[in-house]
Design a protein around this ligand. Structure first.
Ligand code: HEC
Length: 117
């Protein structure tokens, strides 16, 4: 039975590599990090632990006035609306991401973010 553990590890590794949310998140990594500690010097705030967090609350990041005043808390609904059209939910936001029209894609990214801390 000694082969069981390596096999389980292999399966876990494969599952991680195939995480569709992680793959979809690649379109965000030019601006955002989910690393721990956060990667510095990116144009967007860190998204580790963003789930359940008040909008514009990462210490030290220079958010736009509209996002700081938005009063939003990031959950499934608000994240979905933001990714579907950042400018529509928060007019004047600095996040220059074109609307993500694919609802399934948004869900995969949101699920992925929910798993990051
Ligand atoms: C071109 C750079 C860029 C890309 C690409 C980008 N973002 Fe952003 N994002 C930003 C900036 C800048 C802000 C801060 C907006 C503000 O202050 O108005 C932001 C803010 C956010 C916030 C709010 C964070 C907080 O602390 O309140 C979330 C959530 C977010 N982005 C998710 C995403 C996701 C998911 C993707 C990929 C689908 C993505 N972003 C792609 C630049 C980007």
């Amino acid at each position: 039975m000694r082969w069981l553990l390596p096999l389980a590890l292999l399966a876990a590794g494969a599952a991680r590599a195939q995480d569709p949310g992680e793959r979809d998140f690649q379109r965000c990594i030019s601006c955002h990090s989910v690393a721990d500690p956060l990667e510095e010097g990116l144009p967007g705030p860190g998204l580790r632990g963003v789930f359940g967090r008040r909008a514009a609350s990462q210490q030290g990041f220079a958010y736009s006035e509209p996002l700081r005043r938005s009063g939003l808390v990031w959950d499934r609904t608000t994240l979905d609306r933001f990714l579907a059209d950042p400018e529509a939910l928060v007019p004047g936001t600095l996040m220059g991401l074109p609307p993500l029209r694919d609802a399934a894609l948004r869900q995969r990214i949101i699920d992925y973010l929910a798993r990051q801390g």
